[in-house]
Design a protein around this ligand. Structure first.
Ligand SMILES: [Zn+2]
Length: 327
């Protein structure tokens, strides 16, 4: 288990051991904190034939034995009493939930209860959510439902209230940095910050080489005043991914902090401090102005804000304004 989740895992398996885990658990936490892995581990502990019986004395309590028939099936990835709805689909439809309910209502093959996992439960359609609600109202036998969600606020309140809710907090940065280093990566606090502290997202970001891309792009932006001919390439770079505009925002925020004479200790993009220093020369007023219009621009890009916007055009205007006003 990931180091930042082992405490949570121990607490939850203690609840399983004492049979205090409700029939439905909702694991909440930011994207990439490890909800799926924890749900898998809990499902494993729930299904192991020796987790709860008190006879298993070797090793940690509440941890699956690894030897029983159930554990062997788990290891082989085909346990008939475990039903997983993966979060990889775009949405979770009513048929998937009906099928799950049916499976839960059949008696367990290994007579040790059944477990269903619904990953990214917020992807359930309204019909699916209503179907699940029925199951939550009349829990089937010894079935346990494990839901995970990065956006629990999008779930029906009635679903949330029928689950035991468990929040996985964003882990301490030093724990994550140490773990990333142990994975053979070269992490920085800035990399973690642009990923909102999410360990697995930061890992994927580093593996993909996106951290280098961030530093390059922000450098190009800062040098734009000297090389206005690169405007088109900066513009298309910033448009590649919505998060690229967040990078720019964080850079400007850091620059503003320096322009206001505040300590560089709190910079979120500490590895771009020289760039922030250059930008800070434009003064707090200009930076605040640029930041405000950038925030507005990012807001119009949020899904569900109504009419479609021509992002390229808007960003082009923003960059032109920036060039004119910082000359
Ligand atoms: Zn076992």
């Amino acid at each position: 288990m990931y180091p930042w989740l082992s405490g949570q895992q121990q607490q939850l398996t203690a609840l399983i051991r004492q049979q205090h885990l409700g029939h439905a658990l909702l694991l909440k936490g930011v994207e990439g904190v490890g909800k799926r892995e924890l749900a898998q581990a809990l499902a494993h502990a729930l299904l192991c034939q020796h987790t709860n019986d008190g006879h298993h004395t070797s090793g940690e309590q509440g941890v699956p034995c690894g030897h029983c028939h159930s554990c062997q099936l788990m290891a082989a990835g085909n346990h008939s009493d475990l039903h997983v709805i993966s979060g990889s689909a775009r949405s979770i439809g009513v048929d998937a939930i009906r099928q799950l309910t049916q499976v839960l209502n059949e008696s367990a093959r290994l007579s040790h209860g059944k477990v269903a996992v619904i990953e990214q439960a917020e992807k359930m359609t309204e019909a699916a959510a209503n179907a699940l609600l029925k199951t939550l109202e009349e829990p089937a036998g010894e079935a346990t439902l494990l839901l995970t969600s990065s956006h629990p606020e999008r779930l029906l309140p009635t679903i949330r209230s029928r689950c035991q809710q468990w929040l996985l907090p964003v882990p301490e940065s030093d724990v994550v940095l140490r773990w990333l280093t142990g994975q053979g990566l070269d992490p920085s606090l800035a990399a973690l910050n642009v990923n909102q502290g999410s360990p697995l997202n930061t890992r994927d970001y580093l593996i993909a080489g996106t951290d280098r891309r961030r530093r390059e792009l922000l450098q190009q932006f800062v040098e734009l005043a000297k090389q206005p001919r690169t405007l088109t390439s900066v513009q298309s770079g910033l448009l590649e991914q919505p998060v690229h505009l967040l990078w720019l925002q964080m850079l400007l925020q850091d620059a503003l902090q320096l322009a206001l004479g505040l300590s560089p200790a709190g910079l979120r993009l500490a590895d771009s401090e020289p760039l922030c220093r250059t930008l800070s020369q434009h003064g707090p007023e200009r930076l605040t102005q640029a930041l405000n219009s950038l925030l507005q621009l990012r807001q119009t890009l949020q899904p569900g804000t109504g009419r479609p916007v021509n992002t390229g055009l808007q960003l082009g205007q923003w960059l032109n304004d920036w060039l004119i006003n910082t000359r």
